[in-house]
Design a protein around this ligand. Structure first.
Ligand SMILES: *[C@@H]1O[C@H](CO)[C@@H](O)[C@H](O)[C@H]1NC(C)=O
Ligand SMILES: *[C@@H]1O[C@H](CO)[C@@H](O)[C@H](O)[C@H]1NC(C)=O
Ligand SMILES: *[C@@H]1O[C@H](CO)[C@@H](O)[C@H](O)[C@H]1NC(C)=O
Ligand SMILES: *[C@@H]1O[C@H](CO)[C@@H](O)[C@H](O)[C@H]1NC(C)=O
Ligand SMILES: *[C@@H]1O[C@H](CO)[C@@H](O)[C@H](O)[C@H]1NC(C)=O
Length: 201
């Protein structure tokens, strides 16, 4: 079981408030990396704590062990899609467990990307409530970001995922990141391109 995270009253109120949108949620799945680097290849992703009610995505193989971050099993994720047209897209979600006087609860947390204006590297993170990053899975279950082609009105997948060392300044985690544009990450020195694959839980 993942550690129960105590979160602030404001975040809690947000987490338990109603969202003005209807999603269809997929079954649980896990996310695995495919990489030329044997340290990252065939390892799974774990939701790793970066701040109050905030998690990033860390490759299990890079986490210190034994570790309070994970029980050694892959984190479970879901894919939320809407009945509205989002292209092929939807939102990656993860359940944050928290406790209060009333008991233990799960706050569905959507993934967003944290952009930095001075860098092409954006860091995925989960907070309670709807996510802001539209993503998709291709027919081989690879996670991508769908881009809109205004000429023919279709979406095409982009796969700019990397794993970079020491992304979180507090915890020093090695994390999954997204690179805006086709270039290599310009912010962290040690990065490796990866594919992110969905596997049924
Ligand atoms: C969500 O679904 C409910 C029940 O079908 C409906 O009453 C409500 O208007 C929907 N909300 C939105 C934002 O579409
Ligand atoms: C999905 O995963 C969460 C977190 O591990 C778990 O609490 C929940 O029971 C799972 N749901 C199903 C339907 O297996
Ligand atoms: C990555 O892991 C998969 C599954 O274990 C294996 O088939 C593949 O050869 C590995 N690739 C590399 C580059 O090590
Ligand atoms: C995902 O969809 C489920 C089912 O509608 C909903 O309960 C949950 O709050 C949604 N999660 C996010 C982060 O939007
Ligand atoms: C957009 O669609 C047009 C027409 O099908 C095609 O020629 C062009 O290569 C596409 N652009 C991208 C970036 O896929």
């Amino acid at each position: 079981m993942l550690p129960i995270t105590a979160i602030g009253a404001a975040l809690l109120a947000f987490a338990t408030g109603s969202y003005a949108q209807n999603y269809t949620q997929s079954a649980n799945f896990t996310l695995w990396l495919s990489s030329e680097d044997p340290v990252y290849n065939a390892t799974f992703l774990v939701a790793c704590h970066i701040g109050a009610a905030s998690e990033s995505l860390c490759p299990y193989s890079t986490l210190p062990k034994p570790s309070g971050v994970t029980d050694g099993t892959p984190s479970k994720f879901q894919f939320n899609t809407t009945s509205y047209s989002d292209g092929e897209g939807g939102y990656l979600t993860w359940g944050l467990q928290y406790s209060s006087k009333e008991g233990v609860f799960t706050a569905s947390s959507g993934m967003s990307l944290s952009y930095n204006p001075t860098s092409n590297v954006a860091v995925p993170y989960f907070n309670p409530g709807p996510g802001k990053a539209v993503v998709a899975f291709d027919s081989n279950n690879y996670l991508n970001v769908p881009a809109y082609n205004s000429t023919d009105g279709t979406y095409y997948p982009l796969y700019h995922w990397y794993v970079c060392e020491k992304v979180d300044s507090n915890y020093g985690w090695t994390e999954l990141v997204w690179v805006a544009g086709p270039g290599a990450p310009d912010r962290y020195p040690n990065c490796c391109p990866v594919g992110v694959v969905r596997v049924p839980a």
